[in-house]
Design a protein around this ligand. Structure first.
Ligand SMILES: [Zn+2]
Length: 130
């Protein structure tokens, strides 16, 4: 179950970011996981919960967005979404396609809450991608 070590590295990264803003707490972690990344979402959520229990990240919301698999045809350069692992160009039928998206595991954004107003910096805004 490698999701546990992935969850641990996410926690490490987030704590490092939060450490740069003393007094703030992490409200939301927004993750992007490629559909081909071989990560079980449930296991990742479970691992995150297990690791953060009793820590400052216990109340942190883990939002996971599954990113579709996108490939580009090497022959006609059509970009298309892969369904059911069918790596074939819908335009010219070529199987010479390169995956451009779908295997990633990115921390897309981290939302911090500040206990009080910050005098110098702008407050972190919440990014939504709808
Ligand atoms: Zn093509």
């Amino acid at each position: 179950m490698h999701e546990l070590s992935i969850a641990q590295s996410i926690v490490d990264t987030v704590l490092a970011v939060a450490a740069e803003r003393p007094g703030s707490s992490v409200a939301t972690i927004h993750l992007k996981i490629g559909a081909l990344s071989d990560i079980a979402r449930d296991a990742l959520e479970f691992g995150f919960e297990a690791i953060t229990r009793g820590t400052e990240l216990e109340e942190t919301l883990l939002e996971i967005e599954i990113v579709p698999i996108i490939a580009c045809c090497e022959r006609c350069h059509t970009e298309f979404e892969i369904h059911e692992y069918s790596f074939q160009c819908p335009d010219c039928g070529s199987r010479d396609v390169a995956m451009t998206q779908g295997a990633e595991l990115d921390i897309d954004s981290i939302t911090l809450t500040d206990p009080g107003p910050t005098p110098i910096c702008n407050r972190e805004s919440t990014h939504t991608h709808d």
